[in-house]
Unconditional design. Sequence first.
Lengths: 701, 126
Amino acid sequence: MTRTTSPIFGRLDWSVTPYTDLLRKVDSNSLVGAGAATVLVLGAIVTIALITWKKWWGPLFKDWLTSPDAKKIGIMYIVLGLVMMARGIAEGFVMRTHQTTALGTLAEPEKGLVAPEHFSQLFSTHGTIMIFFVAMPLLIGLINFVLPQQLGARDMAFPVLNQVSLGLTAAGAGLVMISLLIGKFGTGGWTMYPPYTGITYSPGEGVDYWVWAILISGLGSTLTGMNFAVTIFKNRAPGMEFMRMPLFCWTSLCVAIMLIYAMPALTVSSAMLALDRYAGFRFFANDGGGNMMNYANIFWMFGHPEVYILILPAFGVFSEISSTFSGKKLYGYTSLVIASMSIAVISFTVWLHHFFTMGQSAGVNIAFGIATMIIAIPTGVKIYDWMATMWRGRVRLTTPIVYLTGFFLLFVIGGLSGIILANPSIDYQVHNTTFLVAHFHNVIIPGTLFGMLAGIHYWYPKAFGYRLDETWGRRTALLFVAGFMLTFLPLYVLGLMGLPRRSPTFQNPAFMPWMIVAEVGACLMLAALASLFWTFRTSFKNRTKLAVPGGDPWNGATLEWSTPAPVPEWTFPCIPEVTARDDWGETKRAGDPWRAPDTYSDIEMPANTLHGLLIAAASFGLGFAMVWHIWWLAIVSFLAIPGIMAVRGMREIEPKIIPASQVREEDRKFRERVASLTPVTRADEASERNQGVPDLSEFAG
Amino acid sequence: MTKSNTDMLDPDDGASHELRNYAIGFGVSLLLTVGAFAALLSHLPTVWKVSAICIAALLQVMTHARNFLHLSLSGRQSREDLLLVMFSTILLAIMAGGTYFIMADLDGRMHDMRDTQDMEGMPAGG
Ligand code: HEM
Ligand SMILES: [Cu+2]
C-alpha cells in the first residue's frame, strides 16, 4: 500500500472516495459506504442552501460563530453534539443490522450487510464520535451554559479561550466527518491500540484521522477544563461560598479538575503514537526498546477519569432536577459534595481495570480491582441521596423526571455489572465480549445521555424562552428507555454465551433470537432520535404558547431562574449578592423576589471576535494536511496558529459596553412583565398557563 | 472605561521585574534542556544518565511553576498555591508510581527479547 506522495496534493487522489468503491463493485457494503457519504454531502448542501435561502448567514456569523458568550458557546457545543449523535446512532443501527444478518456457516463464515473491514470502521468511528464528539460536547456545552449563571457570573473567566476550545473540538469533529467522504477511518476501535495501529499493520490514513482528531479536540478539552476551574475559583458572585454552590457547579468543578489532569495523558499517548507512525519512533514497538503495553497504560490513565468526566455532569443535573421537581431541598448536600470529590480523585487510581488481561501478575490486578470497587461507595451514596430527596416530595412526572427514573432503574444495573467486571477473575471470563459492550452502554446511555437530555429539557426555556413540548419530551424519554433496554440487555446474555466484542461475524444460530431483540431495540433508538428532533421542531412551532417570559417555569431555587427567559446576553442586570445556599429559593421564601436593584451600571462584555474561527480553521487544516501528508499545508497551518495569536495579542481590543440605561430599560420591562403574568401552580406546570412565574406560596424547596 | 484584553504590564510598575523573571525562567529551562541532552549523549553509565535526566526534568517543572505560573509559597495566594501543588503532586505520583508498578511487573513477566533473538536460529519447537 505504498502510495506516491505528490508535493501539492500529498496522498490525495481520486481513488479515495467511497464512490470509487461503488464503481468498482456494487454490493450492500459499497452501497452503505456511498450512501453514508451521500447523506453527508446532501446534508451539507441542504444546510447551506437553507441558510442562504433564509438569509441566516449574517446572524449566524454575527450572533453565534463570533460570539464569545459562554451561553451561546454552550448552545453551539450542544448542537454539535446532537448532530454528531445522529451519525453515531445511525452507525449503531447499521452495526446492529449487520450483526443481525451476519450469521455465517462454517463453510461461509462471513456474511452480513457490510464487509468486516467496514464493520471495524463503523465501531471505531461510532466509539470515537460518541465519546469525544457527542458526550463531551453535550456536557461541556451544558456546563458552559449553566455554570456562569448558577455562580452569578456574567461569563467564563476566559471567554475567547472558550471560543477557541469550541473551535478545536469542532475541527476534530470535522476531521472525523470528512473521513466518511475522503479516505477511510481507522479500524482499531476508539482506543486505537498499537501495535495494530502502528504503521506496519495500519499503513493508510485511517489511524491518522483518529490521531489528529483526538490531538486537536483533546487540546480544546484541556483548555476548557482550565477555563471552568478558573471560573469557579475566581468568578463566583460575592457571597457564593463553596458550600453554597449548587451541586451542578460542584460536579463541574470535578469535571474541570479531571479534564486538566486526565486529558494530557491522552494527548501524550496519541502524540507518541503519531511519532511512531510519522517519525519512525518506537515507543510502542516491542523490539527497539519500546513497549506496546505502555500505550494501554497511558491511554487508560486518561480513559478511566474520562468515564467519570462523562458521568459527573449528569449527576449534577440529576441533583438539580430531583430537588426541583419534587419541590424539596436536596437531601444530603454535603455528602453529595464529598462523594463527587471522592469520585474525582479515586477515579485516577483504577485505570488498570481496563486491561486486567494484559498479563500482569495477580497482585497488581487485585490492587486495582479493589480500588475499582471502592468507587461504587460514593456513587451509591449519591443514588440514595437522590431517592431521599424525592421521598415524600410532590414529584411531578415531567420529562426530566422520566429520564431520572430510567436512570435510577438502569444505571444501577450498569453499575452493578461494572462491579462484577471489577473482579479480575470474572473479567477474565467476559472481557472482550458483548457483556462489556452491554456494561458500558448501560452506564453511558442511562447515565450520561439521559442526564444530558434531561438537562437540555430542564434549561431549554432559559436559553430560548419557551418550554419544550412535554408530551413529545416524555415520549422521547420513554423511547430511549425502552430502546436502550431492548438493544443492550440482550448483549449481556450474548456476551455470556460467548459472542466477542467487535466481531463482524459469528456462526452460532443460538445467538439469533437475542440478535433480533437487539435489532428491534436499535429501531426504537432510531425512533427516539427522530422523536427528539421532532420535540425541538414542534416546540419551536408552538413557541408562543410555550413561552415562559417570567423565566422561572419550574419554580426553581438556584440563581439562574431569577433572570428572564431567554436570558439576556449580560445574564444579570447587576451581579447578585448571595446570602444562602439556593439563594433564589431563599429570596422567594422571603417574599417579593422580583425586586429591582437600586442602581444599574454599565456592563462590560467581551467583544465579538473571529479568533476562535480562525484557530479552528488553521487546526483543521493542520489535521487534514497531516493525515494526507500535504506538508506545505501542514507547515502553513501550523505557523498560522501562533501567528493568529500574535496578531490578536498585539492589538488593543475594546470590550463591548452595554450602557446602564439599556440594562435598566430591559430590566424594567422584565419586572413589569412578571408582575402582569398570572402565577402558575405546580399542577398546571405542563400546561399553557405556565408562563414562567411560579406560585410562590407553593415553594418549599 | 476601556481596558485592554491583555492585562498589559504597566512599564512603571514592575514590568522590568516581571520581564526579568520570565527571562530567568527561560534561561534556566534552556540550560536544563541542553543539560539533559548532554547527559544523554555523554559516556556516563546509564544509571547516571537516567538520574541526571530525571533531576533536570524535576528542576524544570519547578522553574516553570515558579517563573511562568507564578506559584509561590509565600504571599497572598500561598495557601491556594500550596494546595494546588500538593494536589498535583499526589495525582502525578499516582500516575507515575502506578505506571512504574504496572510496567515493571509486566516487564518482569515478558520474554526477554535477547533470548528470543538467540533462539531465532534454532529449529521451531513444539
Ligand atoms: C443509541 C444507540 C446505540 C447503539 C445502537 C449502539 C451500538 C453499538 C454497537 C453495535 C457497538 C459495537 C459493539 C461491538 O464491538 O461488538 C458499539 C460500540 C460502542 N459504543 Fe455504542 N451504541 C449506541 C449508543 C452509544 C452511545 C450513546 C455511546 C457513548 C456516548 C456509545 C459508545 C460506544 C463505544 C465507546 C463503543 C466501543 C467502540 C469500540 O469498540 O471501539 N454508544 N455501540
Ligand atoms: Cu474504568
